[in-house]
Design a protein. Structure first.
Lengths: 139, 592
């Protein structure tokens, strides 16, 4: 079964942002991390733990983002998460609002949503294996 | 960035509340980082004015490949140092380079003085100067918490700020960067204070920069990432961290102890990197862009009331901090060292300078050079509780003595005596490596009087078993002094200097589509260094005039005697090399 991204070991994160770097590069040919579909954050500054915002790989009937997509540009992906078909996307931003994990965002001057395609590259550039690709149960 | 044909400079004038952006094609030949910042300092400095005059500039610059390749994590700050009166150069990691890169600026030049205490917010679409009066007198960590609360940008911002010491313009005041990193040395905190500048927040913006050649860039990224994470080149920094040096330097007789009366410490085991790891280490974190994560966070708790009421501190520690607040002042356990570091952090003192000040005051008190009339309390080595009180009094700066002490060893010894055992070189408190000729000459001649300028301390250790050769030593120190301007223009963390040799830096540039040769790189290093030397000369600095305090010459380095005459001779040799290099680039001088 296809796998999707998990961040179960995020407590080991050191905040190097290598995951963001490779995601933005490989998926959007960008040197800017705002194009990354995974975001490392802290709550309360560096004294607190890190956590990762990324597509949780919703594996229910229809993920919320796909559910609200008026053009079916976002569709359910086997194994969890969604697939984006850019040619159908009109940039209405309803998916951004619908994602309760805040894992979809838009950037200035780019029409399409930044959404994880479950490529798993970030897991290969995580020095402490905080990230992994796993077969999904229903979330 | 290296693949653009300009350096984007943001000018902020605090007096007139004006902001200007300039695309400087002419600065491209200085690469980025220290090269660009040095040239901007040379352009904007006022040699005729005091270091803390509002007209003096504070320059920040990110490197030629900042944030786009592994361990390219540092931002350089350049200024006129209030501590030494000449070139100020300091580096910090954290998130500052990452956020400046993603806000779209290569360099920032701040001049003037705000009417009231202020902080600056920089984003890619706006620069605002805001009221910070309610943050007056607040500690460096606390003010970070306040700004985090009132400003947006969680997860993609950097907050740099000063504590009360900076506001009072203590010449050893630092600038805290994102809680765990600092522009530590040479008094940048006082420069902030002189401009009524409490803090700066930089927020990563929402514009995007394309990768010029995806295949080439990603192949290089992957290769460097693997080199950094899967080889032993950087394991020292990852494992115990720099604190591994405590035992190493003690063993060779180079660990400054009790104001450098000794170089071996009987309590070395209790303050070793191993002991910190066992007792206090709770996690490691990284600067953005570095998969190593060398920032070692130690935790210490303190009971503040009966009934098991505890508070706890999370503090980052490194070798020089452990030495300065450990062996140098006779502290014999890790908890006390962390508590002292935490105290200095909040007040906003550089710990290395702070340790040298405490060490001098203690010896001066024991020798009767100063008395209770000055200190208001008895001082003795190893007394943590007293040192906490002394640091607070230095922070308050209410008496002439404590004000002077908070201005560094040089100033306090000029007023109160005891200069022979004051640990400063060229007015900068001594770095914590007493290895012999290489270290001392390195401190005297280094552009910022740091062991990191030229690695003289490291050459002492390398040449330990060879016959002493003055020419070889000076050639090597000089070569390193010049060449480090390359890695500092990139700007890689110096801990990655074994990864980023010149050939690898050329490869890094090529990954972004810029081809340069070794020869061009070498010439650039010289050009940058010549600019630094011109700044130092304009401010009246001559390495031959530096008087090295007796204590530093009399205490054996690595168990070997140091001959003051040989030190003078070595400094003169270095001076001659400096003059030659300046002559070569004299056409580039900016006429005042």
């Amino acid at each position: 079964m296809a796998k999707h991204l998990r961040s179960n070991a995020i407590n080991k994160c050191i905040g190097c942002f290598s995951c963001q770097r490779v995601c933005a590069t490989a998926n959007h040919q960008s040197l800017s991390d705002n194009m990354a579909a995974i975001k490392i954050r802290t709550l309360g500054g560096l004294n607190s733990s890190y956590f990762a915002t990324h597509c949780r790989g919703c594996n229910n009937d229809t993920p919320a983002c796909a559910e609200v997509c008026p053009t079916d540009a976002l569709t359910k992906r086997e194994g969890g998460g969604v697939k984006l078909n850019k040619s159908h996307c009109i940039g209405c931003r309803k998916c951004e609002e619908a994602c309760f994990a805040k894992a979809i965002h838009f950037v200035r001057n780019y029409k399409y949503p930044i959404v994880c395609n479950q490529c798993g590259l970030c897991t290969k550039f995580c020095p402490h294996n905080c990230l992994s690709m796993e077969e999904g149960e229903d979330d | 960035m290296i693949n653009e044909n300009f350096i984007k400079v943001l000018y902020i004038d605090l007096t007139n509340k004006k902001v200007k952006i300039d695309m400087r094609e002419d600065l491209r030949k200085y690469l980025g980082g220290v090269g660009v910042a040095t040239r901007l300092l040379e352009e904007n400095m006022r040699a005729d004015k005091e270091p803390l005059d509002p007209e003096q500039p504070i320059i920040f610059a990110i490197g030629a490949v900042s944030s786009v390749l592994p361990v390219m994590t540092k931002t350089v700050a350049m200024f006129i140092s209030p501590l030494t009166g000449e070139l100020g150069e300091s580096y910090a990691g954290g998130r500052l380079a990452y956020t400046l890169f993603n806000a779209g600026f290569d360099a920032v030049v701040i001049t003037g003085k705000a009417q009231k205490l202020s902080y600056i917010v920089i984003t890619d679409t706006n620069v605002e100067i805001k009221d910070a009066r309610s943050f007056a007198g607040i500690g460096a960590e606390s003010v970070g918490q306040f700004i985090r609360t009132v400003e947006g940008g969680s997860g993609k911002r950097s907050i740099i700020r000063i504590g009360p010491a900076g506001e009072k313009m203590s010449k050893i005041a630092n600038v805290n960067v994102d809680t765990y990193r600092h522009f530590g040395r040479l008094g940048l905190g006082a420069c902030f204070g002189s401009k009524n500048l409490k803090a700066i927040q930089v927020t990563a913006g929402d514009s995007t920069r394309p990768v010029p050649d995806l295949k080439k860039y990603f192949a290089t990224y992957r290769e460097l990432y693997d080199k950094v994470t899967n080889t032993t080149l950087m394991s020292k920094y990852h494992d115990l961290g720099t604190s591994i040096n405590v035992k190493v330097l003690n063993k060779i007789g180079a660990l400054p102890t009790r104001n450098l009366q000794q170089t071996e410490y009987e309590h070395v085991e209790e303050i070793s990197g191993e002991m910190f790891a066992e007792k206090n280490l709770v996690r490691k974190v990284a600067c953005v862009g570095c998969p190593i994560g060398c920032i070692h966070i130690g935790q210490v708790r303190r009971q503040f009331a009966e009934g098991y009421d505890y508070e706890s501190f999370n503090v980052s520690y490194d070798y020089e901090l452990i030495s300065a607040f450990g062996s140098l002042i006779g502290i014999d356990n890790t908890d006390d060292i962390l508590e002292l570091i935490s105290e200095a952090e909040e007040i906003g003192f550089d710990v290395i300078s702070g340790g040298c000040c405490l060490a001098w005051a203690t010896e001066a008190y024991l020798r009767g050079v100063i008395t209770d009339a000055e200190t208001q309390m008895p001082l003795k080595f190893g007394d943590k509780d007293t040192y906490v009180k002394v640091l607070r009094k230095m922070g308050e700066a209410k008496t002439d003595f404590y004000r002077s002490l908070a201005n560094g060893v040089s100033e306090v010894t000029e007023k109160y005596g005891g200069a022979d055992f004051g640990l400063q070189i060229a007015r900068n408190e001594m770095p914590q490596y007493h290895t012999g000729y290489g270290s001392i000459v390195g401190y005297v001649c280094g552009a910022r009087h740091s062991h990191l300028d030229n690695g003289g301390y490291s050459l002492d250790q390398k040449f330990k078993d060879q016959e002493f050769n003055k020419d070889v030593l000076i050639d090597n120190i000089f070569k390193e002094e010049v060449n480090r301007n390359i890695i500092n223009s990139a700007i890689a963390c110096l801990f990655a200097r074994s990864v980023y040799d010149n050939a690898t830096i050329l490869k890094a540039f090529a990954a972004l589509g810029v081809e340069m040769t070794e020869a061009e790189l070498a010439e650039t290093a010289e050009r940058i260094y010549a600019s630094k030397l011109r700044i130092k000369r304009r401010l009246g600095f001559n390495e031959c005039d530096v008087v090295v305090p007796k204590r530093i010459l009399e205490t054996e380095g690595m168990k070997r005697k140091i001959d003051p005459e040989i030190v003078k001779e070595l400094v003169l040799m270095f001076y001659n090399k400096n003059q030659q290099l300046m002559e070569k680039y004299k056409e580039e001088e900016i006429k005042a």
